[in-house]
Design a protein around this ligand. Structure first.
Ligand code: SF4
Length: 227
């Protein structure tokens, strides 16, 4: 596969710093150079996320978690775009572009970023999502236009379905266990991850990974076509 003269997209999605890098890099490379991604089947995810995020519009931050600075959730679901990312002190063609879930305005003038999850996956740790949350923080602190804001906290707000509630057809549902996971700010790790990410994108098409089940399926499927 030849590399085109220009990538089809030059904006790095924060979620690719978690899921994209956790499998092999070949699909990631194709996504950015050819704007082609495997279709995702994630029924209910959009509806559950929307309901969860709406629940926290206008929320008082210390009621979400006592560790959070005094402030209020004032923004949600807005896109943020960064200035060009740098590698070895030089501007690259790549920027961050992503839509955060919740942002607070704190009384001391700082802001807080919260990423909402409805999940029972043990993988949902602060370490796994740190580069994604740092990407939002980076774009808010280094925006493509306007003045940057100082991000005092980043974290995950997890709803884990665990009970059923209600007793009739119109007011029954799932109850959730709520957990806020504070994520330590770690700009050096983010810059290292983004540097690796950009060097993958600027390199040649990576080999397919050995463990991804999608390629194994495609190879087996194509073999059937040749019978
Ligand atoms: S193994 Fe194949 S399907 Fe999986 S990420 Fe790599 S190229 Fe994509």
């Amino acid at each position: 596969m030849k590399k085109p003269l220009k990538p089809a997209r030059e904006f790095i999605s924060p979620s690719d710093l978690t899921f994209g890098l956790s499998t092999c890099k070949r699909c990631l490379w194709i996504k950015y150079w050819y704007k082609l991604s495997a279709p995702l089947q994630m029924p209910l995810v959009g509806t559950l996320s929307e309901l969860q995020e709406e629940h926290f519009h206008g929320a008082d931050m210390p009621t979400i978690d006592a560790s959070l600075r005094p402030g209020t959730v004032t923004k949600w679901g807005e896109f943020v775009k960064s200035k060009p990312l740098q590698v070895n002190g030089l501007d690259t063609r790549w920027r961050i572009l992503g839509k955060y879930d919740l942002v607070s305005t704190n009384t001391d003038g700082t802001i807080g970023v919260i990423d909402c999850k409805v999940s029972d996956n043990e993988r949902d740790s602060g370490a796994f999502y740190s580069p994604q949350l740092e990407a939002y923080a980076y774009a808010l602190e280094n925006p493509a236009a306007g003045k940057g804001r100082s991000v005092a906290s980043i974290g995950l707000l997890i709803w884990k379905p665990g009970t059923t509630i209600g007793s009739d057809a119109h007011s029954s549902g799932f109850g959730v266990y709520q957990k806020y996971v504070a994520v330590e700010r770690d700009l050096p790790n983010f810059l290292a991850v983004i540097g690796d990410f950009i060097s993958v994108l600027e390199g040649e098409l990576p080999e397919a990974g050995a463990e991804c089940t999608t390629c194994a399926y495609l190879l087996a499927r194509n073999a059937l076509d040749n019978l």
